[in-house]
Design a binder for this molecule. Structure first.
Ligand SMILES: Cc1cc2nc3c(=O)[nH]c(=O)nc-3n(C[C@H](O)[C@H](O)[C@H](O)COP(=O)(O)OP(=O)(O)OC[C@H]3O[C@@H](n4cnc5c(N)ncnc54)[C@H](O)[C@@H]3O)c2cc1C
Length: 497
């Protein structure tokens, strides 16, 4: 019996020639960096066992990927270090870490070890898709290539065959497929055939030190412990786990700035694939009788909204530009591009949180120093919309918001980040609203509206406290804070230069 539903796998390439190879199945891991609940790994082991060959995991560390700095790379590599140990100790599977261009390292490795099957995971981002295509063209005719969507509960290509207009159109499709895909994971069988050659040694400490030096501009976060074990603690740990301690108030507390733990906090782990969204959904669903509203709200975000982002990036080639907006939104934004702005800020001024709006500055500083902007009362949306109001036009606003989001957010460089910016600035997945200056028909948000929605002053005070604590921590550890943005005082319109 197949361990994995056929719809989760795409046969990208079927080998056309057969050779009597007994090389391993190679799983090129990219987006789903975990041992547990990983459909990519399950499929690789399953195929290896059927062919009676061994299985290996390969990971390629790129010289540069979407501007990742020490914050993101440190988190990722520490997670991978834990993963390597887990793979070797529990499954006897070797983990090969390559550096450079995957289009060179992966095909070379496949040729060297005589593999006949390459398994990859799935990301809708264009760079990753291009690498997949190039690798597919480079591996010989005797190698098949399978892609597994191990990230989404419902595989993106199964959820919908087209670009969805909104959550409303997507929700019905996803819900119909949940009985098929939101199922328990099979127990991962150990590989029948072991890898007989030497296990690779990775000098993690040196590698991590190198990426931290190189990306020092955006330092690592103290509060966000990387790895699968930490992810599971956060999901359901006894002490402060989301499901064990915080879920019951999710539907109300997530909009309260004085309760920063009102949200799950899972996005960094979901982004790096250190936890499976399907696992989170299964565990949450099992508590539905106790907390129906919170579970429904969480599943809406975790499945519908998150997977709608993958749908957008998969089917919309212009997912990070004005060209990716619907016609009505493009027109209204361009009609209002010449409108007079009360303030015009440069990217540098925005990056350094030097605006006249204390709420915006607080959000920006929370992101820069804490690495995750709390999404209370839609503050991420407010943050992005204000950039539209304060820059020369929608294209510039979009590019600045994506640049800042990718650079500082620990969960940045994710389809949900691109879609979050596109939703806020270009009305993607939204509808038209009453026309007004600059925004046209794009949904408008202002300071007064936020004040009605949540305790703005409480949030600003919270970010100030956060800044003070962090400065103290950095001093204790002899670390400097982010260059040029070390001023954690939040300016407001009453501040003088
Ligand atoms: C301008 C802007 C930028 C954003 N940038 C990112 C980003 O870079 N990375 C990122 O993961 N999310 C991003 N989001 C979406 C959302 O704000 C975050 O996913 C959420 O705040 C993460 O915190 P959490 O895990 O504690 O959320 P929870 O409320 O606990 O949600 C659980 C999970 O559901 C998913 N989710 C929640 N809200 C959304 C949403 N609106 N859209 C899609 N998925 C959602 C996330 O995977 C999240 O981890 C952005 C939103 C906006 C408006």
């Amino acid at each position: 019996m197949a361990l994995i539903q056929p719809g989760r796998i795409r046969v990208v390439k079927q080998a056309t020639t057969r050779v009597e190879e007994s090389g391993p199945v190679v799983y090129w891991m990219f987006r789903d960096q975990r041992l547990r609940d990983n459909w990519g790994l399950i499929h690789a082991v399953d195929e290896a066992n059927k062919a009676n060959v061994s299985v290996v995991v390969a990971f390629n560390l790129f010289e540069e990927f979407l501007g990742a700095k020490a914050r993101q790379l440190g988190f990722m590599l520490r997670g991978l270090k834990e993963l390597q140990r887990g793979l070797e100790e529990t499954l006897d599977i070797p983990f090969f870490l390559f550096e450079g261009e995957a289009v060179e390292t992966i095909p070379r490795f496949i040729a060297e070890c005589g593999a006949s099957l390459l398994v990859t995971d799935f990301s809708p981002l264009r760079q990753v898709r291009k690498w997949n295509e190039e690798i597919c063209n480079c591996i010989g005719d005797s190698v098949s290539m399978h892609q597994v969507d191990a990230h989404n509960v419902v595989p993106t290509w199964e959820a919908s065959p087209k670009l969805e207009y909104s959550a409303r159109t997507f929700r019905a499709k996803i819900n119909k497929l949940l009985p098929t895909y939101l199922i328990h994971f099979p127990i991962l069988p150990p590989p029948n055939r072991k890898w007989v050659a030497e296990f690779p040694l990775t000098d993690w400490d040196n590698l991590i030190a190198h990426v931290l030096r190189k990306g020092a501009e955006v330092p690592e976060l103290e509060w966000c412990v990387p790895g699968e074990a930490a992810a599971f603690q956060l999901l359901s740990g006894i002490k402060d786990g989301f499901l064990s301690k915080r879920l019951y108030n999710y539907s109300t507390d997530r909009n309260n700035p004085l309760k920063p733990k009102g949200l799950s906090g899972l996005s960094p782990y979901l982004h790096f694939g250190q936890i499976s969204a399907q696992r989170c959904a299964l565990e949450a669903r099992s508590l539905r009788e106790l907390h129906p509203q919170s579970v429904d709200a969480f599943l809406e975000e975790l499945i519908v909204r998150r997977e709608l982002s993958d749908n957008f990036c998969f089917y919309q080639p212009h997912y990070d530009s004005l060209l990716g907006a619907w016609e009505w939104a493009r027109k209204t934004l361009m009609d209002h591009a010449p409108d007079k702005r009360q303030h015009l800020y440069t990217c540098e001024q925005l990056e350094k949180a030097k605006t006249a709006d204390p709420l915006w500055n607080a959000s920006q500083l929370e992101m820069v120093h804490h690495g995750k902007m709390h999404d209370i009362g839609c503050s991420r949306m407010y943050w992005a919309k204000k950039i539209l109001e304060w820059t020369t036009g929608p294209e510039e606003a979009l590019s600045i918001s994506i640049y800042l989001n990718n650079k500082y957010e620990i969960d940045g460089r994710d389809p949900s980040g691109y879609v979050g910016c596109m939703w806020s600035i270009c009305g993607v997945h939204d509808q038209g609203w009453q026309e007004r200056p600059i925004f046209g028909k794009i949904r408008y948000m202002n300071y007064a509206g936020c004040k009605r929605k949540f305790d703005v002053d409480g949030y600003i005070a919270y970010v100030k406290r956060l800044g003070r604590n962090q400065e103290e921590e950095s001093r204790k550890r002899g670390r400097s804070s982010i260059e040029g943005i070390s001023d954690l005082k939040i300016r407001d319109s009453r501040d003088t230069e």
